[in-house]
Design a protein around this ligand. Structure first.
Ligand code: ADP
Ligand code: F6P
Length: 328
């Protein structure tokens, strides 16, 4: 690949998230301002292998900053986990004259990008996933929108729960992590927050703890009890049934599901996407490669791709502790 970056490719991969379109737009517009050509690869790494590649210009990214989803489509591609798939991907990049590839997605997609970098393809990664599970950044694009969507749904559940003096257990997404659950739990004033990072796998004691907590709160005059559960713990319907049996109090389960992945991105996600997209292109034109863009202490930064993938994201202990103090 040439040292000077004249043409870049951009793709979205893994689970979609609000702000993906805003990130593509920022990459395209920033590149165009520097007279760099942009090629869009549709359907993530599958599209790369199938050479599903289109030229992108400023007009192609008009009117998308406010939309959820990804107009380049996204996919999961098992073939790209094989060395043959990765070699073919690198060949396609060379064949189409891509001097660098911007990969928009989560940790899994960045693993794919790392494989390409090992085959001498310059990559730049932008973290977009509702799960906020990329360790090298405080926030991923899409997290804020997903939390707001789930929060609004839980507010509505709280109203009906209170009217009927019921308990509600609500499952939110997050794959193996509890960032969405923790944020919603705090923002919704939930009575209990269940996250995989603080779960020891003993479902029976968890249910007994929750049942005792519900009864204790009833004695104190509380007319509802909201439990936010992360999908990484799951078993939401079983927990609801067990709690109703143990407490005698009507308990309903709701799994919010895919609506958390869609919707118009919040201002915060549009800002992050715009800033990180531009930063990614600027890093490439400054001669940098193989990095993950992120935000840390309110500053947009880049972290080496290998380092980023070796980092582990912990749940914020301060947030977890405060959530236990201010909810009861
Ligand atoms: P996300 O990027 O949201 O974390 P996934 O974990 O589903 O999503 O990964 C998206 C895609 O990235 C996978 O379908 C695959 O094509 C690619 N990928 C994931 N892990 C690897 C890996 N270890 N090596 C090569 N490619 C990978
Ligand atoms: O990574 C985003 C996410 O929505 C996770 O929260 C969830 O576990 C997963 O994707 C669902 O993936 P799929 O689209 O394959 O059902």
């Amino acid at each position: 690949m040439a040292d000077e970056v004249k043409t870049i490719g951009v793709l979205t991969s893994g689970g979609d998230a609000p702000g993906m379109n805003a990130a593509i737009r920022s990459v395209v517009r920033t590149a165009m301002a520097q007279e760099i050509r942009v090629k869009g690869i549709r359907k993530g790494f599958i599209g790369l292998l199938n050479e599903d590649i289109v030229d992108l210009n400023g007009k192609d990214v008009a009117d998308i900053i406010h939309t959820g989803g990804t107009f380049l489509y996204t996919a999961r591609c098992d073939e790209f986990k094989t060395i043959e798939g990765q070699k073919r991907g690198a060949e396609v990049c060379r064949k189409h004259g891509l001097d660098a590839l911007v990969v928009i997605g989560g940790d899994g997609s960045f693993q794919g990008a790392r494989r390409l970098s090992e085959l001498d393809i310059k990559v730049m990664c932008i973290p977009v996933t509702i799960d906020n599970d990329v360790a090298s950044t405080d926030y991923t694009i899409g997290f804020d929108t997903a939390v707001n969507t789930a929060m609004q749904a839980i507010d509505k559940i709280r109203e009906t729960s209170t009217s009927h003096e019921r308990c509600s257990i609500v499952e939110v997404m997050g794959r193996g992590t509890g960032h969405i659950a923790l944020w919603c739990g705090i923002a919704n004033g939930a009575e209990d927050i269940l996250i995989p990072e603080r779960y020891n796998g003993d479902m029976d004691s968890l249910i007994r703890f929750l049942a005792d907590h519900i009864m204790e709160n009833r004695k104190r005059g509380k007319t509802h009890h909201i439990i936010v559960n992360a999908e990484g713990i799951g078993h939401t319907y079983e927990i609801a049934e067990a709690l109703e049996r143990l407490t005698g109090i009507g308990t309903r389960a709701t799994i919010i599901g895919y609506m958390q992945r869609g919707g118009s991105p919040t201002a915060k996600d549009r800002m992050l996407a715009s800033a990180m997209g531009a930063y990614a292109v600027n890093q490439l034109t400054a001669g940098k490669k193989n990095q993950v863009i992120g935000i840390s202490e309110n500053v947009i930064r880049a972290v080496d791709l290998n380092e980023a993938l070796n980092m582990v994201k912990e749940i914020d202990p301060f947030l977890y502790e405060l959530s236990g103090v201010i909810r009861r």
